[in-house]
Design a binder for this molecule. Structure first.
Ligand SMILES: [Zn+2]
Length: 63
């Protein structure tokens, strides 16, 4: 991936919250043992969890 493309994606990701207002860094689903198919700790944590997943995907592109 082009460096400019990576910077554009990073800039977009930086607009997303990095933490859940209620669960902080712990945005992974089922962290609190809830029986849910939610993609994150709670609805509020979804943007933060998506950012985390996208940042990991981006980091893999850099290798
Ligand atoms: Zn949460």
């Amino acid at each position: 991936m082009d460096q400019q493309d990576i910077r554009a994606i990073e800039a977009a990701l930086n607009e997303l919250p990095s933490q859940c207002r209620y669960h902080g860094d712990q945005t992974a689903p089922d962290h609190y043992g809830r029986m849910t198919r939610s993609e994150a700790c709670c609805d509020t944590g979804i943007p933060a969890q998506r950012r985390k997943v996208a940042e990991e995907a981006l980091a893999r592109q850099r290798r």
